[in-house]
Design a protein around this ligand. Structure first.
Ligand code: HEM
Length: 338
């Protein structure tokens, strides 16, 4: 049987089977609230691209790390800008994933049959959190050094479970190099894998919207690319006008910095509970998120009608916000007894 060709199709259209993108989706998919997940994905693409570039110059040894970041800032072609793009894209991804999470929670899109979609999302939020704390350690200035010291303290507190995060885990590689490995291979691979699962489920379960009107997915995808380019232009500009700085080489034994802003709520909790706060806070928050589809027992899926679960979610959100404010504006404290 010969290959069927359609003279009306463009070169790429035919060879890349682009018409497979012409399946119907609700028109609501192109509302800005439904773009938040796609924008998160776009920021993650930007993080991977800029991260690949930074990795060409970064030296993950405790002796060379700080100097290599200085090298990126001063010598690598466009290194200063690309590093700030990486920083601002991380901030963008955090804002978008949080807004997306709130939106799908509000719509109660975690209800049957979308529980796995929700859990894959919670997994990705957890991975993004880990990418942020491992990335913070890599800068290896005072803030980075203190982030690394928190990994060690967490590892020691949790015994065998956290042994990987202690220097004593192996003599052949420093902890910083192993954190670099996590940040650049295992965590992004897991994130991209879960994103594949998330997209597969959305493709086959359909988008959760009440909209009867339809458009083809290709139209939605083109809009999403347009909005993503605008978002990239914004972070590109922010990277110029507000470049991310680098502190002095670290001094061991002191704890004087505060972490990257998405982690400030954990810092606030540490102010109250000491080092256990950094373990307890994320475990409780992510535990709550995992439990959401199991706790909402109402049969309908009307947006906003969560019953008591809505009040509990508000309480959790308010607690995170108050802790964040306390972390941001409260005193800088020693947590590790360094
Ligand atoms: C890297 C992170 C993520 C990416 C790239 C992503 C991407 C997307 C996209 C493109 C959609 C379809 C459009 C929409 O409904 O908004 C979607 C839907 C969904 N996402 Fe995410 N998402 C991420 C994280 C999360 C998180 C953290 C959660 C919640 C814990 C979550 C839960 C859901 C659910 C339940 C749906 C189905 C909603 C529907 O069908 O309308 N996602 N996601």
């Amino acid at each position: 049987m010969g290959t069927r060709t359609d003279p009306k199709k463009g070169w790429l259209e035919e060879r890349a089977a682009l018409d497979a993108l012409d399946y119907p989706v609700p028109k609501a998919a192109s509302r800005w609230t439904y773009m938040l997940g796609g924008l998160t994905a776009s920021f993650i693409v930007m993080l991977v691209l800029t991260g690949l570039y930074l990795a060409q110059f970064y030296n993950p040894s405790p002796i060379g790390a700080h100097d290599s970041v200085l090298y990126i800032l001063t010598r690598a072609p466009l290194g200063d800008w690309v590093r700030s793009l990486h920083y601002w894209s991380a901030a963008g991804a955090v804002v978008m994933i949080t807004a997306h999470l709130v939106h799908v929670f509000w719509r109660r899109s975690y209800k049957r049959p979308r529980e796995l979609t929700w859990w894959a999302g919670v997994g990705m939020a957890g991975l993004l959190f880990l990418l942020i704390v491992t990335g913070s350690a890599l800068r290896y200035d005072q803030e980075g050094f203190e982030a690394l010291a928190h990994f060690v303290a967490g590892g020691e507190l949790t015994g065998t479970l956290g042994a990987f995060f202690t220097e004593g885990f192996t003599r052949s590689a420093p902890l910083l190099a192993r954190i670099f490995g996590l940040h650049t291979s295992l965590l992004p691979l897991l994130l991209v894998g879960l994103m594949g699962l998330h997209f597969w489920l959305i493709r086959h379960l359909g988008i959760h919207a009440d909209d009867e009107e339809r458009e083809v997915f290709r139209t939605h995808a083109i809009r999403l690319v347009g909005v993503s380019l605008l978002a990239f232009a914004l972070v590109g500009l922010l990277a110029v006008v507000a470049p991310e700085d680098l502190g002095y080489p670290p001094v061991a034994g002191v704890e004087i910095t505060k972490p990257f802003w998405p982690v400030l709520w954990v810092y606030g909790l540490e102010n109250l509970l000491g080092a256990w706060g950094m373990i307890l806070g994320p475990v409780l928050l992510f535990g709550f998120l995992v439990a959401v589809p199991l706790l909402d027992r109402r049969p309908d899926d009307t947006p906003g009608r969560h019953g008591w679960l809505g009040w509990l979610a508000l309480l959790v959100g308010a607690a995170v916000l108050v802790l964040w404010l306390y972390g941001a504006f409260g005193p800088a404290r020693q947590h590790l007894g360094m």
